[in-house]
Design a protein around this ligand. Structure first.
Ligand SMILES: *Cc1c(COP(=O)(O)O)cnc(C)c1O
Length: 463
């Protein structure tokens, strides 16, 4: 399997190379050169497979001969063993044709565990084989940092540095990162905001000369192809659980960077019968606006009750644009250059293709709380605020109420107790047992000034 850049001007890579690369060197994102496709018979034959077994079937064509079958099977077994539900991604019924796919049964209680538990292990595997060490560097405002740390804490060939804005992440989110005490894990609290952290990370990737000889930085944000790949699996899993591929299903996906829902789009292109993909956003509605009027433009960032969807630009949308423009890399480069200095209007023909499959709705904080309250009252089920935007948007956009609408539940409600309190359902969410003592655990992190030099110095001192 070969990977190409959405801007058409970077070397083709194989899976191992793409795993170790973030952005392509032409500024684009890597995508498979051709997608594997499966017939209805092939998919039907997977009914009854365990999550790990299904993951092997869906993922192995993307990896090709980079990893031998037996080794990949072992990696997948390890990846999902720390999930607390035996089904890995259980489905819960809320209404006759409304379902929730619980993607928060992993160690850090958000769907990012699905991708990052696998990414850490894949990296460690290829690094051992190459006899190489790498440095992972990332910035987080919430769930990515803890999932990345959890995915890498046991990796011998990785040091991981995660920057978060000092005093600006919730206590639960901070402690999920800072109570991991392995020697290869470094939490840096930067005296600045999230954008400052991200700027330092970006500048460090551009100029890596501070690193010791032979070392390189690796990105774990959602532009990393392997993360998208891992997320394709649960679309197949959910569909098969509800009678697919004979039965067609729809999905509603709480969306920030367009990574998770792009995986659903790929599942459809690979042969899974999906009639509709609903883009659920909060007040940060860049995707809802581009779906509505074809204008792709940033606005100011709003703080909402669903902070993991608080973004002003959705990086992975470029991967969809690449297909909408018939994989014309030169055109995408022009468009993205124009977008970087303002807003752009996309071709109606191109957008018409997207509108056949995608619908969208923006759910504000009041509506989010209303969905949490109604769902608790009617189905005795507690949604987290991100998942609630998915339920809300799924109801607004549903084109066929005779088909199952599967809402991806992306986080556990105990991660966001303030939103639950605002919804006034009269109960507090309960932390799962493995994190019950989180607030008593020892923490370790370093507070550093908001300067690239200071952060880079800290890194070289600890490598
Ligand atoms: C990251 C995240 C999202 C958004 O996912 P994208 O892949 O960026 O669209 C939604 N919900 C939760 C809880 C998240 O952590």
């Amino acid at each position: 399997m070969k990977y190409i850049s959405t801007r058409g001007n970077a070397p083709e890579l194989d899976f191992e190379q793409v795993l170790l690369t973030g952005l392509a060197n032409d500024g684009g994102l890597y995508v498979p050169k051709t997608l594997p496709t499966f017939s209805q018979q092939q998919i039907a034959a997977w009914a009854g497979l365990s999550y790990e077994q299904l993951a092997f079937e869906v993922i192995s064509p993307f990896i090709g001969d980079c990893i031998p079958e037996q080794d990949l099977k072992q990696i997948l077994g390890e990846t999902y063993k720390d999930f607390s539900h035996p089904a890995i991604a259980p489905l819960i019924q809320l209404d006759r044709n409304e379902w929730v796919l619980e993607l928060f049964q992993g160690p850090t209680l958000a769907f990012k565990d699905f991708a990052l538990q696998l990414l850490g292990r894949l990296l460690d595997y290829v690094l051992k084989r190459r006899n190489q060490r790498v440095v992972i560097m990332g910035a987080t405002s919430g769930d990515t940092g803890s999932a990345a740390i959890e995915g890498c804490r046991h990796c011998d060939n990785i040091d991981i540095f995660i920057l978060h804005p000092h005093n600006r992440v919730s206590e639960v989110q901070r402690r999920q990162m800072t109570t991991v005490l392995e020697d290869n894990v470094y939490n840096i609290a930067v005296e600045g905001n999230f954008d400052d952290c991200q700027d330092i990370v970006k500048a460090s990737f551009r100029d890596q000369s501070f690193l010791p000889e032979g070392m390189q930085l690796v990105a774990v944000n959602s532009i990393n192809w392997a993360r998208i790949m891992a997320q394709i699996v649960y679309y197949f899993y959910a569909s098969l659980s509800l009678g697919g591929p004979e039965k067609t299903v729809a999905f509603s996906v709480p969306t920030g960077n367009f990574g998770d829902i792009f995986a659903g789009y790929l599942a459809k292109k690979m042969g899974l019968p999906i009639s509709q993909l609903v883009i659920a956003t909060n007040k940060n509605d860049v995707l809802h606006r581009v779906m509505t009027d074809s204008v792709y433009s940033r606005t100011d960032l709003h703080q909402t009750l669903s902070p993991s969807m608080d973004i002003s630009v959705s990086s992975n949308f470029e991967r969809l644009m690449f297909d909408l423009y018939d994989r014309d890399g030169d055109r995408i480069r022009e468009l993205m250059d124009a977008f970087n200095s303002g807003s752009i209007e996309l071709d109606d023909d191109a957008m018409a293709g997207a509108r056949d499959l995608f619908s969208s709705a923006a759910i504000d904080d009041d509506a989010t709380c209303q969905v949490i309250a109604d769902t608790y009252k009617n189905a005795a089920y507690m949604l987290d605020p991100h998942s609630a935007t998915g339920v809300g948007a799924g109801r607004i956009c549903n084109k066929n109420t005779e088909q199952p609408m599967i809402v991806l539940a992306t986080a556990h409600p105990a991660k966001f107790p303030d939103a639950i309190a605002k919804s006034a359902i009269g109960v507090e969410p309960k932390m799962p047992a493995h994190l019950a003592d989180l607030l008593e655990r020892e923490e370790r992190f370093s507070v550093l000034p908001c300067e690239k030099a200071a952060v880079n110095q800290f890194m070289t001192d600890h490598l």
